[in-house]
Design a protein around this ligand. Structure first.
Ligand code: ZN
Length: 98
């Protein structure tokens, strides 16, 4: 879902960090956008425009995070063999359509 701009109050997914051994996989958590970076187009910080602050709603507790990067994947039918098919931990994305 490209073209959507993050804004305060939208609900997105935050990807938790899994444990390196795989005991806990990284999973999507609901998160509310608390702030959106204001970066001038053309400025050297423009690439940070998709960074947001999040209030992450974990089942075990809420935590607040700032400067979280967006990490979108291609749609499932467009993922090429060998390409990454999972979101990186510590990033956000628009909720998948189910
Ligand atoms: Zn997700």
């Amino acid at each position: 879902v490209t073209g959507q701009k993050p804004s305060v109050g939208r609900i997105v997914h935050y990807v938790s960090y899994g444990t390196p051994g795989g005991e806990y996989p990284s999973v999507c958590r609901a998160a509310i956008i608390t702030e959106v970076g204001q970066f001038e187009p053309g400025s050297h910080e423009e690439h940070r425009a998709a960074e947001v602050g999040l209030c992450v709603l974990n089942p075990e507790g809420i935590f607040l995070n700032r400067g979280v990067r967006q990490d979108e994947l291609p749609p499932p039918d467009r993922i090429v063999a060998g390409e990454r098919s999972e979101h990186r931990g510590g990033t956000w994305h628009w909720p998948e359509r189910t």
